[in-house]
Design a protein around this ligand. Structure first.
Ligand code: BES
Ligand code: ZN
Length: 649
């Protein structure tokens, strides 16, 4: 933590002008009870460091053990010109400690007033200094009879969870676009709330948007009420799963419960690409129990979306870079869908337990892919993932190679590595290998059924694993060193790494190429995307001439498959094949997906004279990237934002 929050002196104003006398909506009220003890209480509680938090979530200021928000009602108006959302949120409270205040997380928010269920002002404080990652706690003193707290607020145009896009950044180029990204701890920059995955809330929302723009949210129910769109989520979810998008949006049904949302210009292509969505949901239901969220829709965002996908309940947010035209990149949809069980139904209680979300989800994703597309494809995709894991492990400090990673004092985003994903999934695959598929599937299904709508820690999982799987077969259990898998660095030697016979054809082609065969003569007919990715990864130090010959034969620079294109641009940049330069620049100027940006900028950095070029492109592209990608690349490129540049986004 670089800027630890300061604790204001007891009773002194703390600079952010909280007011006990000014109610929400500007109504003036006389406080009903003396303020002096309150000021003291607030000052002492308000700016404490997060480790005080008894919920053991070191990434939240909230004290849900004392006062817990159980339901929230949002009422927001979107102003695309100002890039501001303004309105209010009302929290319904479960007051476990009647003397304790309500502590909420905020970041970059302007608080305009706080009132109780009668509209009477409540005293509040929010320290001036913000923690670099955690933001600022908003502490509200409660009266004995306070049951709900309404906070009037507005967001900053720089709110990290929100990306406001100009029309040119969309596919249609006519209308602006907004989307939010909550995970891991960004929701606090658009809603003041208890931003810990251990706190689950039901919620409802009213959203007003300029006419012609359609707001959608990660909620089961949608409706209209006058000039507002309304939403309701009646299943309790963690804060990072509350999401909103708004733009020129339309939808196409895939089945009774599945649809695709996108800008009109891409919605038909998107619907074709996701034609197997319903089969995917049915596969996961068959394996791991009922889909408990009603609808399952996917929303395609503009290409600046910093992730591949985000599992917002009932409405996965996805990058358009998976629209390859041949369904070859839909494993990402299987992944986000699988989160409807691992993550959204059974949720990591802290970011230290992130592997419970992602490792389980990669495992489920692989099971869905095998079910819908067959074993060959699933095995190849697993093998590619394991290769990525081994490469990433080589560059990670030992402490970050651990599934149960300690992220205290760090950005929880640092835990988003292949360790949580592919090492986590390899652990479950190892258990499957030892206990057999039938027992492992039944075990996982029981895990979801018995922890549905709960937030769980690694300790809870280990206890369940021991009781429900290991204890029943000690001989099998002796073959898996659970503590080694969960608490230690590196990849255990017993990690199953599948190979696929379909990769043999690729390896043969690579050998032929090495012994001088012309690219056009290689036996590549019928190759699928994983095979091409294996091919590109297997070319060792090809010269620019070889790359030019490959490009003539296979037209990689023109590829419409973002995974193949990214691997190709990376390789070509590193090997000095400059015919890709313009394609690379175009890609970096339009796509904001961090997974692609990182290796491509790194490839530039690693070449002679490449740093100047990287910075030249980055300076122009940066305003189009989401804050999440900006943070990563600023650090990578040593880029310092000019503070007079109007905010830089
Ligand atoms: N939940 C994650 C995205 C995420 C993780 C956002 C942590 C912020 C913090 C999502 O399910 C995910 O894993 N997306 C991957 C794709 C997947 C196929 C591995 C991505 O975006 O690359
Ligand atoms: Zn995921």
């Amino acid at each position: 933590m670089k800027n630890p929050p300061r604790c204001p002196a007891a009773g002194a104003p703390d600079g952010v002008a909280p007011s006990a006398a000014r109610g929400y909506n500007g109504r003036m009220r006389t406080p009903l009870w003396p303020l002096a003890p309150l000021a003291c209480l607030l000052a002492c509680q308000g700016a404490g460091t997060p480790p005080m938090n008894a919920s053991a979530d070191t990434h939240s200021f909230a004290r849900p053990d004392q006062v817990r928000s159980t339901h929230l009602a949002l009422d927001l108006t979107l102003d695309f010109d100002a890039k501001v959302a303004s309105g209010s949120v009302t929290h319904t409270l479960d007051r476990r400690d009647p003397a304790a205040p309500l502590v909420l997380d905020t970041n970059q928010l302007t608080i305009e007033g706080v009132a109780d269920q009668r509209g009477e002002a409540l005293p509040w404080t929010c320290p001036e200094a913000a923690d670099e990652f955690l933001g600022r706690p908003l502490t509200v003193a409660l009266r004995p009879d306070t049951t709900t707290v309404t906070i009037g607020y507005r967001t900053s145009p720089l709110a990290e969870a929100m990306q406001w896009l100009a029309p040119e950044q969309t596919n249609g180029k006519q209308a602006p676009f907004l989307f939010t990204q909550g995970q891991a701890i960004l929701t606090r920059s658009w809603i003041p709330l208890q931003d810990s995955p251990a706190v689950r809330v039901t919620w409802q929302a009213r959203v007003r948007a300029p006419s012609g723009l359609v707001p959608v949210m990660s909620a089961g129910q949608r409706g209209r009420d006058g000039d507002a769109y309304t939403f309701a989520m009646d299943r309790a979810v963690p804060s990072y799963l509350i999401a909103l998008a708004c733009g020129d949006l339309t939808s196409r049904d895939i089945s009774d419960r599945c649809a695709v949302w996108a800008e009109p210009s891409i919605v038909d292509a998107a619907a074709r690409e996701l034609g197997d969505m319903e089969q995917m949901v049915q596969a996961c239901e068959q394996l791991f129990g009922p889909y408990r969220w009603g609808r399952y829709d996917v929303l395609f965002l503009p290409p600046s979306f910093p992730f591949g996908g985000m599992e917002n309940p009932t409405l996965t947010f996805a990058t358009p870079t998976i629209l390859a035209g041949d369904k070859s990149l839909v494993a990402l949809i299987a992944h986000e869908l699988a989160h409807s069980w691992s993550g959204n139904l059974v949720t990591n209680a802290t970011w230290r337990d992130f592997w419970l979300n992602e490792g389980f989800t990669v495992h489920l994703e692989q099971r869905i892919m095998e079910h819908v597309y067959g074993q060959d494809r699933a095995q190849m995709e697993i093998a590619l993932g394991m290769k990525g894991l081994q490469e990433e492990l080589a560059g990670l400090p030992a402490a970050d190679q651990v599934l149960h990673i300690d992220l205290t004092g760090r950005n929880p985003d640092d835990g988003m590595t292949a360790v949580a994903y592919d090492k986590g999934a390899a652990f479950l695959r190892r258990l499957e290998q030892v206990f057999g598929r039938a027992r492992m599937d039944a075990f996982l299904r029981a895990w979801f059924d018995e922890h549905a709508f709960q937030s769980v820690t690694t300790a809870t999982f280990v206890e369940f694993l021991e009781r429900r799987l290991l204890a029943k077969d000690p001989a099998a259990a002796a073959q898996v060193d659970v503590a080694r898998w969960i608490e230690q660095a590196g990849l255990p030697e017993d990690a199953p790494i599948p190979d696929s016979p379909l990769f043999r054809a690729v390896d043969d082609a690579l050998a032929a190429l090495r012994s001088g065969e012309a690219p056009g003569e290689l036996a590549t007919d019928g190759w699928t995307t994983p095979q091409w990715l294996r091919f590109l990864a297997g070319l060792d130090e090809p010269s620019a001439q070889v790359l030019a010959a490959l490009d003539r034969a296979f037209r990689f620079t023109q590829s419409g498959n973002s995974e193949i294109l990214c691997a190709w641009l990376d390789l070509s940049t590193r090997r000095g094949y400059h015919a890709v330069d313009r394609r690379l620049e175009l890609f970096l100027m339009t796509v904001g997906r961090r997974k692609f940006l990182k290796p491509l900028y790194q490839a530039l950095l690693d070449t002679e004279g490449g740093k100047a070029r990287a910075l030249d492109i980055y300076r122009r592209a940066r305003p189009r990237y989401h804050a999440v990608s900006q943070h990563t690349l600023d650090a990578m490129l040593g880029f310092e934002e000019k503070t007079d540049a109007g905010g830089g986004r």
